[in-house]
Design a protein. Structure first.
Length: 135
């Protein structure tokens, strides 16, 4: 299952994501992973979450991002929740490609019984139906 947290910059998306991560850590029976570009959430999420800075792995673009997430899920079947802060900083502002990767990731999420949550810094009216269908 895919969930989106959408809004313009400064609307509190990351705070909502942090609260969701910390709640998942209390309720999940598996591993909780957080992907971000840069290490800005280090002190905001509980230490039991697996925090990954995608810059360290040189992830650039949606194809590379898909491969990285697929590898994470293939290597660890215990991931129940995967959170991604600022997906547009990782993959770019091509909303059509974002819709494509969300569709592919939704299949992976269903197969692995994993919830994927993304923050998107854009107004909902800017996003195509291929993205907004996950709201």
């Amino acid at each position: 299952m895919i969930k989106l947290i959408v809004g313009k910059k400064g609307t509190g998306k990351t705070k909502i994501l942090i609260d969701m991560v910390n709640h998942s850590l209390e309720t999940s029976g598996g591993n909780v992973v957080v992907l971000e570009k840069g290490a800005k959430l280090t002190f905001d999420v509980k230490y039991t979450a697996r925090l990954i800075d995608v810059e360290h792995y040189k992830i650039d673009g949606y194809c590379m991002f898909y491969g990285f997430v697929a590898g994470l899920l293939a290597g660890n079947y215990d991931i129940t929740d995967l959170y991604v802060d600022s997906i547009l900083k990782i993959g770019g502002r091509d909303f059509d490609k974002l819709g494509e990767v969300l569709a592919s990731l939704d299949v992976l999420a269903e197969e692995n019984n994993t919830t994927l949550v993304f923050t998107i810094s854009a107004d909902q009216s800017e996003l195509p139906e291929s993205v907004t269908k996950y709201l």
